[in-house]
Design a binder for this molecule. Structure first.
Ligand code: FNR
Length: 190
């Protein structure tokens, strides 16, 4: 595949210092190093407010939009809040999608990994996120789906995936994502 390695931004839906989502992002980067990764931080994103959409929008918004624009693909790794996407992630999506006609997510292939300390693997967040991704015009990998339950047990003290089944699953997921990105990337920029 001539375009490898693809630049892939990872966006996690949590600001928490000890976030399982962030730890999972580091696990994915280690266990599947074939992408060129960038962790795209949401820490400096003030709440979206159209009044700030001037010639000089907030610096955090500008940096976030540039970081997303620079990627070939985006991987979302998110927890669930109240059966939906955490507000910080929805805010980031809103910022990246605006102003009208300048959606930086447009046409970037993507995939979603959701995780939760509970058993349902943040299914609700995963699917609410997919709803927004349709409107962002992002080709979203359909299969495999990744709903990781019991996130507190998945990552060992060494920062690696603690069980072989999950490790194999994630490696397979990322292999499929690489094929998905190759399929949807084009030398021609839109
Ligand atoms: C949660 N949590 C949670 N978990 C879940 O499986 N379904 C849910 O709907 C919710 N809702 C929810 C709302 C709020 C406001 C908080 C603070 C938490 C628990 C959540 O999954 C857990 O705190 C994760 O560890 C958060 O992800 P990070 O920060 O570890 O990545």
């Amino acid at each position: 595949m001539e375009h490898l390695p693809f630049k892939t931004g990872i966006i996690t839906g949590s600001l928490r210092r000890d976030s399982f989502s962030l730890k999972m992002a580091h696990c994915v980067m280690k266990l599947y190093p074939s992408f060129m990764y960038e962790l795209i931080s949401l820490c400096d994103l003030t709440l979206y407010n159209e009044d700030l959409e001037t010639d000089t929008p907030p610096e955090g918004w500008k940096n976030f939009r540039e970081s997303v624009k620079d990627q070939d693909a985006i991987l979302f790794i998110t927890p669930e809040y109240n059966r939906s996407v955490p507000a910080v992630l929805k805010n980031a999506i809103d910022i990246g999608s605006a102003p009208h006609g300048r959606n930086v997510f447009n046409r970037k292939p993507t995939a979603v990994i959701s995780l939760s300390p509970g058993k349902m693997g943040a299914f609700g967040a995963n699917h609410h996120l997919r709803q927004s991704l349709v409107f962002l015009n992002m080709p979203v990998m359909q299969q495999p789906e990744a709903y990781l339950g019991e996130s507190g047990k998945l990552i060992g003290g060494d920062g690696m995936i603690a069980n072989q089944v999950t490790e194999d699953f994630l490696r397979g997921f990322m292999e499929e994502f690489q094929k998905w990105v190759a399929l949807h990337s084009s030398a021609e920029k839109y």
